[in-house]
Ligand binder design. Structure first.
Ligand SMILES: Cc1cc2nc3c(=O)[nH]c(=O)nc-3n(C[C@H](O)[C@H](O)[C@H](O)COP(=O)(O)OP(=O)(O)OC[C@H]3O[C@@H](n4cnc5c(N)ncnc54)[C@H](O)[C@@H]3O)c2cc1C
Length: 365
């Protein structure tokens, strides 16, 4: 089923392997469900995308931009629309003005601008910045997926969010071909959210991102057990690579391996409740962990799910990861509806026990 090529390439004058019909996405979603897409376009150059826009491919069809599929859950086994996937590659340190569109001028003496095309793999990009002694993204090491998706949900881990390092995002409007640049403030970043998640903005295909990275050490070791891990391993003055390596090891011990067990990482967002609600909950559950947040108090959803008795639970082909209750897993051979059923049961049970609604972090399409 995978990747049947059609004559559409010729008709549309696109580079080879760009158009696929009835394309299996089994290797393009980390949940590992066998989803088939009606049409799949791989974008290898800006010309490819311009050509598709000129031929009105996106206005007439239901369209989904797909990166590595590590934050997407398909509802059905057939996607009756058009998938568009960025395979745009390239990383440039301190790019020249004329490379794409225009360059913002916010590089300062202490910062370096690194431009990365959307089709690069996020993990490889972070490794590249570490090798080049640029600080800022090290806590986001080993997050699966593409660079293009990183601003969409403002990826975050170990006390850092990508918003802190994004200078601007270069996009193309799929409905009319306009090139639109979003500066950091335009992206309207918040916890696992940005302007790109709004329904009306799903027309913006992210082409490239300018990251603003620090040249001098500014490590954040305060979150999770990073400090503890380093101390245990006798590292007193950690370097950039020490921190990245520590986080890689901590993640690997906690999360299912991509390509082996299906998952999307954290399935739910951590709920944010008011101070008052938190105070009442704390009386009943004094051990409840929490983090202060500008909109109230953030409670780890994994803790709520664990306390509601779901950690390690298995049913049919799906379950709740035994090392981290925030992660729902697919053991293979299952269907999306099994995960959706499990999601609903967990939401209902957390609501009943704590009175808190937990919402999916994953994009359900
Ligand atoms: C094991 C595991 C661990 C994870 N850990 C973390 C973590 O620590 N922190 C975290 O934040 N996330 C984590 N995730 C979630 C996921 O890796 C990130 O959200 C990642 O950024 C998704 O990238 P992707 O390329 O796979 O995007 P996809 O899942 O393909 O798409 C996600 C969204 O981005 C949009 N999109 C993708 N590419 C583009 C583009 N070029 N232009 C416009 N829109 C686009 C899609 O339409 C969709 O809305 C984890 C996932 C897994 C499987």
């Amino acid at each position: 089923m995978k990747g049947q090529q059609t004559t559409d390439n010729k008709q549309l004058n696109l580079s080879n392997n760009t158009v696929k019909n009835q394309y299996s996405l089994i290797e393009s979603n980390t949940m590992g469900f066998d989803i088939v897409a009606e049409k799949y376009y791989e974008i290898n150059s800006l010309k490819d995308i311009e050509y598709l826009i000129e031929n009105n491919i996106f206005n007439d069809n239901k369209t989904l931009i797909l990166g590595g599929g590590s934050n997407i859950l398909f509802r059905n086994e057939y996607f009756d629309g058009t998938i568009i996937h960025s395979n745009l590659k390239g990383i440039t340190i301190s790019p020249d003005d004329d490379e794409i569109l225009q360059l913002s001028d916010s590089a300062t003496q202490n910062h370096t601008i690194v431009r990365c095309m959307s089709g690069e793999v996020w993990k490889d990009f972070v490794d590249f910045t570490i090798k080049n002694n640029l600080y800022g993204l090290e806590n986001l090491v080993d997050i699966p997926g593409s660079v293009g998706a990183s601003p969409v949900q403002n990826i975050g881990a170990y006390g850092v969010e990508v918003k802190d390092c994004i200078d601007c995002v270069y996009t193309i409007d799929l409905t009319n071909g306009d090139r639109v640049i979003f500066n950091n403030e335009d992206c309207d970043f918040s916890y696992r959210n940005s302007v790109f998640k709004k329904e009306e903005n799903k027309k913006y295909f992210i082409v490239a991102i300018d990251f603003k990275l620090k040249q001098k050490a500014d490590l954040n070791l305060e979150y999770g057990n990073v400090k503890e891990y380093l101390e245990k391993n006798g590292i007193i003055s950690p370097t950039l690579s020490d921190v990245a390596e520590a986080i890689k090891q901590i993640r690997a011990a906690k999360l299912p391996e991509v390509g082996v067990i299906g998952s999307v990482g954290s399935f739910f967002q951590n709920p944010i409740v008011s101070e008052n609600i938190f105070k009442n909950l704390k009386e009943t559950y004094p051990e409840m962990p929490s983090y202060p947040n500008e909109n109230g108090v953030k409670i780890p959803a994994g803790w709520l799910i664990d306390k509601a008795g779901w950690k390690g639970h298995k049913e049919n082909h799906v379950g709740v990861w035994d090392k981290q209750a925030l992660v729902l897993v697919h053991y293979g051979g299952g269907k999306p509806e099994e995960i959706l059923d499990l999601m609903k049961k967990i939401q209902d049970s957390v609501k009943e026990k704590f009175g808190i609604e937990i919402k999916p972090e994953v994009n359900i399409v």
